[in-house]
Write a protein that binds this ligand. Structure first.
Ligand SMILES: [Mn+2]
Length: 193
């Protein structure tokens, strides 16, 4: 597993309302991307609290992490959020999301897309149903917020560069919308992080 990420605030000089984190717990790698509603300081407060709570729940399954964050950020503006967990032993993934933080898995000409269920984390959501799938060495996974278009066509990007390069390149792309943008890129395989 190699992970890289990049984010850019809507307006230079204001806090970014998109936030990410990842961690390894035994053979499970978890990656979390959060978009605090709107932009600016209140959005950043919501997403930072979501990240702190997610990290505190690090051993829970993805959908339960989102359920805990929902409780923890009730007094915030709310957020969209997705969590994906890669089991490096079984080569499976588990995805859960609420709101429009999207994910796609890229594999030699194929793209598998994942979307969260409707709702706003922090408003008393129903726990989202997780999706599971198998992955292979060499697969690449992107997560991105709505600062980028819903459908990203980026396969040529994977020919060069590290996950951090790809995330930065995408975050600065001309397709970017007038919003905070956050991107996380993962290369799946046995490479040490
Ligand atoms: Mn946004």
């Amino acid at each position: 597993m190699i992970v890289g990420a990049h984010r850019i605030a809507k307006h230079a000089g204001e806090p970014c309302g998109d936030a990410f984190t990842w961690w390894q717990e035994k053979q499970i790698w978890s990656v979390c991307l959060v978009d605090g509603l709107g932009h600016g300081a209140e959005a950043a407060r919501a997403s930072e609290r979501a990240i702190v709570e997610a990290e505190a729940d690090r051993s829970l399954p993805a959908e339960e992490i989102i359920g805990s964050v929902d409780q923890a950020i009730r007094n915030s503006r709310g957020a969209a959020m997705s969590v994906v967990q890669f089991d490096t032993g079984c080569r499976t993934l588990r995805f859960a999301g609420v709101g429009n933080v999207r994910m796609a898995l890229f594999r030699a000409g194929e793209v598998f897309r994942y979307e969260g269920s409707p709702g706003i984390v922090g408003t008393g959501i129903r726990r989202p149903a997780p999706e599971t799938a198998a992955w292979r060495d060499g697969d690449a996974v992107l997560l991105w917020t709505d600062g980028l278009p819903a459908r990203l066509d980026v396969e040529q990007l994977f020919l060069t560069g590290s996950p951090a390069d790809i995330a930065r390149h995408l975050a600065m792309s001309p397709d970017r919308r007038p919003d905070d943008v956050g991107v996380v890129c993962c290369f799946l395989g046995e490479e040490p992080c």
